[in-house]
Ligand binder design. Structure first.
Ligand code: BMA
Length: 323
């Protein structure tokens, strides 16, 4: 494995490194629906293969996103199918599907995805829908799972029930103001008896640092570790720079944040993160642990798919020490 350009340092020792052959996926000029941009990849590691659903753009006029599928046996080199894995067909998906997140719950594969339906009339209002699949090609839609009008993105489900409940993290952009007790879009946690009816909403994490000044949102679905649920998330500053942070949530009571990094663990630095369709963006949407190493998959500048790797234990210690 060849890593380059370290992003996270602890006592002079590099913890997180970008894959030297980044980007791992580029737009394909020969395929109409993914000719302009491929980014924000969802990841699922089944112990054998790393499956990826990635967001693809083929034109800038309507900017409608679809999902492609790619697969890897080593987590670094991905082969794609060059056919649309999942595209908009429903009214609520009219203006596109964005930012998938893959997870397994009770041995069934699910993915959440942002849908844009009222874009033209009301501006870019996002809702999040859920679907399930067995082969990353035939997908069954389970419909929108976020509350109406909450402008809700960055929705991830925990990969198992906790205290007999499904647990979800979401980022309702319109839930700010005196009624909600916060003034910036934050990460909320909710629980449900089914996968489509979440309640008991609680604020989990609010923006705290300068690099999170505008808003924060979950990245990949939480990963279970011996020290708690590992949450990789993004923070946006006032100049619209997207960086990556990490936190640990209590295993049995994930409403409790055990620790959270003060500094970003990854931030735009390389040309493919600084210059693209939206400049200065690292946007993590997939993660998995292979051989004790956390692989974080992210979109670079809304243009390409990238990978950074960190020793899981080193990252956990870093977070526990307050990052
Ligand atoms: C967010 C989402 C992401 C995108 C990011 C940076 O709000 O729309 O899809 O990668 O902005 O543009």
């Amino acid at each position: 494995m060849v890593l380059k350009t370290n992003s996270l340092y602890k006592s002079g020792k590099a913890l997180m490194g970008r894959y030297k052959k980044n980007p791992i996926l580029l737009p394909n000029k020969d395929v109409w629906w993914e000719s302009k941009a491929v980014f924000n990849p969802a990841i699922l590691y089944d112990g054998n293969k790393v499956h990826m659903l990635y967001r693809a753009i083929g034109e800038y006029k309507q900017y409608i996103s679809r999902f492609g599928y790619a697969c890897s046996t080593d987590g670094f080199t991905f082969e794609r199918k060059n056919e649309i894995a999942f595209g908009p067909t429903e009214g609520y998906e009219k203006y596109g599907l964005e930012d998938p997140r893959l997870m397994t719950i009770d041995n069934q594969v699910y993915f959440s995805y942002v849908v844009l339906s009222d874009y033209v009339v009301k501006g870019p209002i996002g809702s999040t829908a859920l679907a399930t699949t067995n082969d990353f090609h035939n997908c069954t839609r389970l419909g929108i799972i976020t509350s109406k009008g909450s402008d809700n993105k960055d929705v991830v489900l925990f990969p198992e029930k906790i205290n007999q409940k499904y647990v979800l993290l979401h980022r309702p952009r319109s839930w700010v103001g005196p009624k909600f007790g916060i003034d910036k879009p934050s990460i909320w946690i909710a629980e449900g008896n089914t996968l489509s009816n979440f309640e008991k909403n609680t604020i989990l994490m609010k923006p705290e640092q300068d690099w999170e000044e505008l808003k924060i949102g979950s990245g990949p679905p939480p990963i279970k570790t011996k020290h708690g649920w590992l949450l990789i998330y993004h923070g946006v500053d006032k100049d619209l720079v997207y960086r990556t942070g990490a936190a640990l949530l209590d295993l049995n009571n994930p409403v409790k944040v055990i620790a959270r990094t003060k500094e970003p663990v990854l931030q735009p630095q390389e040309p493919y993160e600084r210059i693209g369709d939206v400049n200065n963006v690292v946007f993590p949407t997939g993660a998995c642990v292979i051989d004790e190493k956390l692989h974080v998959y992210y979109g670079g500048a809304d243009k390409v798919c990238c990978l950074a790797v960190v020793e899981l234990n080193a990252l956990l210690q870093y977070i526990l020490n307050g990052g």
